[in-house]
Design a protein around this ligand. Structure first.
Ligand code: ATR
Length: 273
């Protein structure tokens, strides 16, 4: 019997999830159907329950429902608990197992696809919202030499640094305090690029040969990437690889087979320039 999966969010206009999972299913010979469910803003739980009742096996969760998914989960993985948000669910009877693969997708893209190991490197994470929070545990697991979280509202960065202190070495900073510091990997996890804005970061943070990574996907050369380019960053990347890698993690969690990601990343890549 064909197993059913779906992505749930609102709005879902340009979601790539059905394309990605459909392609993974064909490539691995898995008999599954993957659809997109745009639930009403006040109808997340009802839509999930209707999907489960109809035999649905799992869901990817996107904005604005990641916190509500956290609430309805009956089993949270450690990374979902620490991220405070859920991006994938697996259903089994009354059980709702919940995961968050965003951070591990980012780390896999940076290390495996882009070839920048995190271990022993100086890493700067811009932003202290949900996206930044999800990256912290997977980043710390790779043991960077230094992990700095910089945020416009420095108290939020400080709160994250305190919360994750037992998982590795990290510290919080305001943007102004970054003067004189440079990093091998700079990740923009703020939502600034969604509005064409630039986080107030200085060119000196980009070390020679560094990777500048924009979490937003398909926005071309954002102000952040443009700044990095001007500062001589060796490599510029957007979040397309992270998108595909987190999908691959969910697919493996659901189906027990790991799909190859390279062809899908190539297919979805929009040139930055
Ligand atoms: P997300 O879930 O995408 O992380 P969020 O939780 O709303 O979204 O967090 C947005 C992040 O982007 C925050 O860290 C925010 O900084 P503040 O905490 O100071 O608000 C950051 N952000 C948004 N616009 C920004 C801008 N123009 N410059 C710098 N940081 C910005």
């Amino acid at each position: 019997m064909t197993d059913r999966y779906a992505v749930i969010g609102n709005p879902l206009g340009h979601t790539k999830s059905p394309l990605i999972h459909g392609s993974f299913a064909r490539a691995t010979g898995q008999d599954l159907e993957y659809s997109a469910i745009e639930a009403p803003l006040d109808g997340f739980k009802a839509a999930v329950n209707a999907f489960r009742a109809a035999g649905g096996r799992g869901m990817n969760v996107t904005a604005p429902f990641k916190l509500q998914a956290f609430e309805i989960a009956t089993e949270l993985s450690e990374r979902a608990r620490l991220a405070g948000a859920v991006n994938a669910m697996k259903f089994d009877g009354e059980r709702i197992a919940a995961e968050n693969f965003d951070g591990v997708g980012l780390v896999n893209d940076i290390q495996r696809n882009l070839g920048f190991p995190l271990k022993g490197r100086r890493v700067l994470l811009l932003g202290a919202g949900g996206a930044a929070r999800g990256a912290l545990l997977p980043f710390l697991a790779q043991q960077p030499a230094e992990l700095v979280i910089a945020n416009r509202t420095s108290e939020k960065a400080q709160a994250l640094a305190t919360q994750f202190a037992s998982f590795g070495t990290l510290r919080a900073s305001g943007y102004a305090n970054l003067a004189g510091h440079s990093f091998d990997i700079v990740v923009n996890a703020t939502s600034a690029s969604l509005r064409g804005e630039l986080p107030p970061v200085r060119t000196e943070v980009f070390a020679r040969g560094c990777l500048a990574y924009e979490l937003a996907y398909g926005k071309g050369l954002t102000p952040f990437l443009r700044l990095a380019q001007g500062a001589g960053a060796a490599h510029l990347a957007d979040g397309v690889g992270m998108l595909v890698e987190q999908a691959a993690e969910a697919f493996e969690w659901w189906r027990g087979v790991r799909p190859d990601t390279r062809a899908m990343i190539e297919q979805l890549t929009v040139p930055l320039a």
